[in-house]
Design a binder for this molecule. Sequence first.
Ligand code: ADP
Ligand code: ADP
Length: 220
Amino acid sequence: SDVLRLEGISKTYGKGGPAPVPVLSDLSLSVGRGEVVALVAPSGAGKSTLLHIAGLLDTADSGRVLLNGRDMSDESDRSRTEARREALGFVYQFHHLLPEFTAAENIVLPQLANGVADRAAQARAQDLLTRVGLSHRADHRPAQLSGGEQQRVAFCRALANAPALLLADEPTGNLDPGTSDKVFDVLMALVRDTGLSALIATHNLELAARMDRVIRLGAE
Ligand code: ADP
Ligand code: ADP
């Protein structure tokens, strides 16, 4: 019972135009339940494209995307959006927190959008912030937090709706090396504690080696 299966995914940008860019060709991979998989790829190999297809933000030219066994490739935009909201959590290199809201509010809002009651959403936000060591920063806005703290809040937001799968693109890529290692430890502990499945793209081979499995994309 894989959480994510990509089967025979191909993608070319500018198909049919004067300068097509083939990026993915017949790519297959899976992420099992509770498994944390590293995606290691040289720049330009198609890592972001792959994460966008897995995250139902983009479609492949051919192949299938199965989330919890359900083929999402031919689903309507509406049910893909719904699946994205309910089953997927995203983390990027940059935190993308809403600047006018506090750390706690940034974690509460996606829950309210998903129909969670306010009190339960507040409690979950506090619990998540405590897990990443930031309960004392709940009422701070992103600009009042360090880069490492902003990224930790972004992890909490990604987990706010208890997704089945976390998709992360260089989650500590914009932090200095020392902070990056510490913040990555926090992410791994959070993922392990919650039994979350994850596909985490990174250039850092030491970080990749600490995950359950490494998938390489493109020539290294
Ligand atoms: P990575 O994340 O591994 O650096 P990307 O998935 O972002 O790679 O991009 C893979 C290749 O596809 C690159 O050569 C990039 O220039 C190209 N590419 C990405 N997005 C587009 C697009 N929207 N249109 C055309 N080419 C694109
Ligand atoms: P870390 O390495 O844990 O990410 P830093 O050493 O960068 O944190 O920051 C230490 C403390 O200083 C943090 O608790 C943070 O709240 C505070 N701080 C960092 N940058 C800023 C900032 N730009 N504005 C206000 N407070 C900040």
